[in-house]
Design a protein around this ligand. Structure first.
Ligand code: GLA
Length: 381
């Protein structure tokens, strides 16, 4: 079955829990995915990141789930997640060890794919630490993709080599369904901004069946994490999380939630379950956005993005990266709209408000780090 026709949606343990994972957490997270409405909103994968196994393989060369963290075993946990109507994901690594120094899949790709298939997993995040220097990175992704594609289950491959080694030139051909096109995110505005800006030139490489992964969301973390590095900047404001979510949605990134979904504020729920923003991310055509000239004088401060949608509408995103209020206007002609006879019927996707029909241009003023997300219908005047 073809996977990742649309950017995958789910939750991953790393941002908040790092090594502090266990079966109770995963079960409660699966429960919360359903009870909170996230599942109905479209989120489907529950993914355990690094630190789930024992430090050594067993005598048959198989990976072993840590029995203290997962006393019922992985098959039982997968069954539980599946019983909730969700899919289950796990993590391994191209190298001899994972990034947190657990066994990696190097030279064990087929046996590990077999193990994952036996456990019933649906998704594999595949990292890039401890790659033997002589080994060829693309071949290692190809090998795991080949193993997964022949293991008897549909397992989505989420490659994670941070955009290193000219990933864009070879990743689609490996069979991966998404690939990390950036380094690791942390829970800070600076990190969100750097990742978003680095991805604008990368849009030409994104598309259905192999999306650019801008890394897991930090929406709703508010500085809470067992990983001191991820929490080190103290988190973001709700407005910054909205901007973050909007940017990831506009640029077709997979949306993998990174906060503790058992304990979300109303603001966090409203962001993660904004169905209009999710619809932009999940638009069936998966078109990449295009960018129009920036406002004002400062380079890289405010960015306009336009994304064609399947039904003829356009998503319009205005992002203020500047540390102060910033304003300006967009000329619809820059988007491609004729200067006469046509206008845009605008709808504000965060405020859920119709803004009426506009012709020629639209003026916006945004406070620092805010965004405006609109859906535009082309109307004949
Ligand atoms: C790398 C990845 C992260 C996370 C950690 C786990 O840094 O990029 O997303 O998986 O490894 O150790």
């Amino acid at each position: 079955m073809a996977m990742a026709a649309k950017p995958p949606l789910g939750w991953n343990s790393w941002n908040t829990f790092s090594h502090e994972i266990n079966e109770t957490l995963i079960k409660e997270t699966a429960d919360a995915m359903v009870a909170s409405g996230l599942k109905d909103a479209g989120y489907e994968y529950i993914v355990i990141d690094d630190c789930w196994s024992l430090r050594q393989r067993d005598e048959n060369g198989r990976l072993v789930a840590d029995p203290e963290k997962f006393p019922s075993g992985m098959k039982a946990l997968t069954d539980y997640v599946h019983s909730k109507g969700l899919k289950f994901g796990m993590y391994s690594c191209v190298g001899t060890r994972t990034c947190a120094d657990f066994p990696g899949s190097f030279d064990h790709e087929f046996i590990d794919a077999e193990t994952f298939a036996e456990w019933g997993i649906d998704y594999l995040k595949y990292d890039y630490c401890f790659k033997p220097r002589s080994a060829h990175g693309p071949t290692l992704y190809r090998r795991m993709a080949m193993a997964l594609r022949n293991c008897g289950r549909d397992i989505l491959l989420s490659a994670c080599n941070w955009g290193n080694d000219n990933t864009t030139e070879w990743i689609r051909s490996t069979g991966a369904h998404m690939y990390r096109s950036t380094g690791d995110i942390i829970d800070s505005w600076q990190s969100i901004k750097e990742i978003a800006q680095s991805q604008m030139a990368m849009q030409k490489f994104a598309g259905p069946y192999c999306y650019n992964d801008m890394d897991m969301l930090v929406v709703g973390m508010y500085g809470k994490s067992h990983n001191s590095w991820i929490a080190s900047k103290g988190g973001c404001t709700t407005e910054e999380y909205k901007t973050h979510f909007s940017l990831w949605a506009m640029m077709n990134s997979p949306l993998m939630i990174g906060c503790d979904i058992r304990d979300m504020s109303e603001e966090t729920k409203a962001i993660l379950m904004n169905e209009d923003i999710l619809a932009i991310n999940q638009d069936p055509e998966g078109r990449t956005p295009y960018f129009c000239k920036e406002w004002d004088h400062e380079p890289d401060t405010v960015v306009h993005m336009f994304k064609p949608l399947e039904n003829g509408d356009y998503a319009l995103g205005f992002f203020n990266f500047y540390d102060d209020v910033c304003g300006g206007h967009v000329e619809f002609a820059d988007m491609g709209l004729p200067t006469r006879g046509y206008g845009l019927q605008l709808y504000d996707l965060w405020e859920k408000k119709d803004l009426g029909i506009h012709t020629c241009k639209f003026s916006v003023t945004l406070p620092a780090h805010h965004c405006l997300m609109l859906r535009a219908k082309i109307v004949k005047l």
